[in-house]
Design a protein around this ligand. Structure first.
Ligand code: HEC
Ligand code: HEC
Length: 357
């Protein structure tokens, strides 16, 4: 549970957004797929039934799209090769060690496919340029194994940007190109893995209408694993997004250097990416199996103390709308997302409909 926010007067209730541009509403067929008996891993229920079964071909295309990367030129590749200069740790012994240190320093996962030596979240655009993508925040390492779609709890993207700026200080003397970052990440990251991804998307969207008066700061959020998406009808920690839509994911692409018009032309790609997400499974528990009695005891606690709002373990259902002050979690995001913000993301060019409760 998140750090409780100050218990001051927050009469606002949690925000619920609905996306008019969402695809057809979740198909509630009770068809089990190959993942349904792996999640949850307790014996208590016969596995969860996914709410929607992905289209295999679209999922395959989406996975290929994720591996290709969804970004456009942001920084010269040569800068990535020379970042060690500002680490203050001497010359890397060899390429493999440099790559491992790089992943460790910025909290990135090793690519399980050929990614030009880059960790997941970075990729080459061409022979000169590189960029970032979804897998910065949506890939993790569990028990030493890369989980594509895992929620990265170690990311330090602001550290990467800060190191680029430090490299700029010495670039001239070394004949390296300087890195001209199109936006700043100052204040956008909290503890490892926690980012204000939502606020960054809003800030970058202002490039297309600088006069819009909207909040661009929503507190830090932890990224969400994709392997549970087939089982939910709402997304985001506060259940604020409709899981059947794919355009909720588009704003982050502004952060990958992709202009709005290109994002709009990539609509089918994002729809395919959503199908790929629906086909992902949570990683199997890699450690000793938990004690069956303790699991059962925990489930009883959950069903009595948590299920009223979060839904039952075996039948999650729709989340409850609760008062932001009453629940005691950090109210920053719910408080920041007001009528104006709802209207902003609701504007016709966005094709997204938000409803504030
Ligand atoms: C800078 C980090 C970052 C990047 C890059 C990023 N996301 Fe996210 N994503 C997040 C965070 C943080 C959340 C959780 C927000 C919340 O719960 O309020 C999230 C949530 C999501 C969710 C909701 C999942 C759920 O079950 O609640 C989806 C889907 C998603 N992101 C897709 C994408 C896609 C696709 C991309 C690339 C186009 C992307 N994200 C890029 C940080 C990021
Ligand atoms: C009164 C309703 C309510 C009850 C009861 C409740 N929660 Fe929550 N919980 C929420 C809300 C609302 C949020 C989201 C807050 C936000 O993100 O702003 C949340 C968030 C969380 C999160 C963070 C989720 C994420 O993706 O970041 C966890 C974990 C969590 N709750 C666990 C529990 C557990 C465990 C229990 C039972 C011991 C419980 N909750 C009981 C309403 C409730």
């Amino acid at each position: 549970m998140r750090r409780p926010g100050p218990r001051t007067i927050h009469s606002r209730v949690m925000v619920i957004f609905l996306f008019a541009c969402a695809g057809p509403s979740a198909d509630k067929r009770s068809v089990a797929n190959e993942y349904s008996d792996t999640f949850p891993s307790t014996e208590a229920c016969d596995g969860l039934t996914p709410l929607v079964v992905p289209d295999a071909e679209a999922a395959e295309r989406g996975l290929a799209r994720l591996q290709e990367g969804l970004g456009q030129a942001l920084f010269p590749r040569v800068a990535l090769d020379w970042l060690w200069l500002v680490w203050g740790e001497g010359v890397p012994t060899d390429e493999a060690q440099y790559q491992a240190d790089f992943r460790e320093r910025y909290g990135l996962a090793e690519a399980p496919f050929d990614n030009d030596g880059y960790p997941l979240g970075l990729h080459a655009v061409d022979s000169t340029w590189a960029t970032v993508d979804c897998l910065l925040c949506h890939a993790d390492t569990v028990a030493g194994v890369t989980v594509l779609g895992g929620a990265n709890s170690r990311l330090d993207i602001e550290g990467l940007f800060t190191d680029f700026l430090a490299l700029n200080e010495v670039a001239g003397g070394l004949g390296l190109p300087t890195v001209d970052l199109p936006y700043s990440l100052e204040g956008r990251t909290g503890a490892a893995g926690a980012t204000d991804a939502f606020g960054l998307g809003m800030e970058l969207s202002l490039f297309y209408a600088p006069d819009a008066e909207i909040q661009t700061s929503y507190g830090y959020q932890q990224s969400a694993p994709w392997g549970t998406m087939a089982y939910k009808d709402r997304v985001y920690a506060d259940g604020a997004g409709d899981a059947s839509g794919h355009r909720t994911m588009a704003a982050m692409m502004l952060g990958f250097g992709v202009p709005l018009s290109t994002i709009q032309s990539m609509d089918d790609d994002l729809a395919d990416v959503r199908q790929a997400q629906l086909g992902m499974a949570p990683p199997a528990w890699p450690f000793d199996p938990p004690d069956v009695a303790e699991v059962a005891a925990g489930q009883t606690v959950y069903e009595t103390a948590c299920a009223a709002c979060h839904g039952s373990v075996c039948q999650p259902g729709a989340p409850e709308l609760v008062d932001a002050a009453g629940v005691g979690t950090d109210p920053t995001r719910a408080a920041a997302f007001g009528e104006r913000e709802a209207a902003w993301v609701n504007r016709p060019s966005c094709l997204i409909r938000f409803v504030r409760a």
